[in-house]
Ligand binder design. Structure first.
Ligand SMILES: [Mg+2]
Length: 281
């Protein structure tokens, strides 16, 4: 399927680009969702390779785990995307889903070796052009917060294996906590799930200094909830870019209202690369 890039209001968008250009790369930082934003949404083999699903899909854990994780998905995913539940109830159900999944991982006595084994199968892939974005940001010392409600251990192992980690790239996510022989016995709290990303604070001792004085933001996400990442902070200019991967006809209007730019059908990062080129020439 062909992908296209749709700019909701070209006049406003040009104004924002000019503001970003004038302020320069030292005023800019990025927040990006990980799964199906920095990575591809679709794979030729039909698999679903996200940080939340990779352990289930790659078969590095017991068949019982995979079966249980699939049951959880079938139970909770319809609630996640339903319009019939109110937000409070939905959020409670999401916490229930994430908690049950992580409890199941602890039962499996999961270790870092499992994550590496899953990543080594090369199932998960960057969206075309993501690596070039990461290089540019590193080169211009522009911080990137990868902000994920998935499993940070999977993401961190992936980034490490792809050799793209650098001191301007930071990961905000859910992580396992390991004992002294490297077996997970707990996980970080509060859980970041798909519906509460806007409540997570961005100020953090590890990268707070890097973003403190930067008032321009480029945000990348594929979920409507991603558009609210980092909103509990003040900005001069924000450009939101949304990747609309599914059911384009029905979702396009809503995405156009939520994001400044919409890239459909798992399209490449070309537009984002060109935008960065303009701001940090
Ligand atoms: Mg996503």
């Amino acid at each position: 399927m062909n992908s296209s890039t749709i700019i909701g209001n070209n006049q406003i968008f040009q104004k924002k680009i000019n503001a970003l250009k004038n302020d320069g790369p030292d005023s800019l930082f990025l927040i990006a969702d990980f799964d199906r934003t920095l990575t591809r949404a679709w794979y030729e083999d039909g698999g679903v390779y996200t940080s939340a699903s990779l352990l289930r899909e790659s078969g590095v854990l017991s068949p019982q785990f995979s079966q249980y994780a699939t049951e959880l998905y079938n139970t909770y995913r319809p609630i996640e995307i339903s319009n019939e539940w109110n937000l409070k109830e939905k959020e409670m159900k999401m916490i229930e889903w994430w908690t049950k999944s992580y409890q199941a991982l602890l039962q499996e006595k999961i270790s870092r070796a499992h994550f590496q084994e899953a990543i080594n199968q090369n199932l998960m892939q960057f969206r075309l052009g993501t690596e070039s974005i990461l290089e540019k940001l590193d080169h211009h010392h522009i911080p990137l917060l990868v902000f994920s409600a998935g499993l940070g251990d999977v993401i961190d192992t992936f980034l490490e294996t792809q050799q793209v980690k650098n001191k301007y790239l930071h990961l905000i996510s859910n992580f396992m906590i390991y004992d002294n022989i490297g077996i997970a016995f707990n996980y970080t709290q509060p859980i970041i799930h798909s519906l509460n990303k806007h409540t997570s604070p961005l100020e953090n001792p590890t990268y707070g200094n890097q973003i403190r004085n930067r008032k321009n933001l480029i945000l990348l996400g594929d979920h409507l909830g991603d558009a609210r990442m980092g909103e509990n902070r003040e900005y001069d200019t924000v450009i939101k870019i949304g990747f609309l991967n599914d059911d384009v006809d029905n979702n396009l209007e809503l995405y156009k209202k939520t994001f400044d730019v919409v890239i459909t059908n798992d399209g490449p990062m070309d537009f984002v690369n060109e935008l960065l080129q303009k701001v940090a020439a």
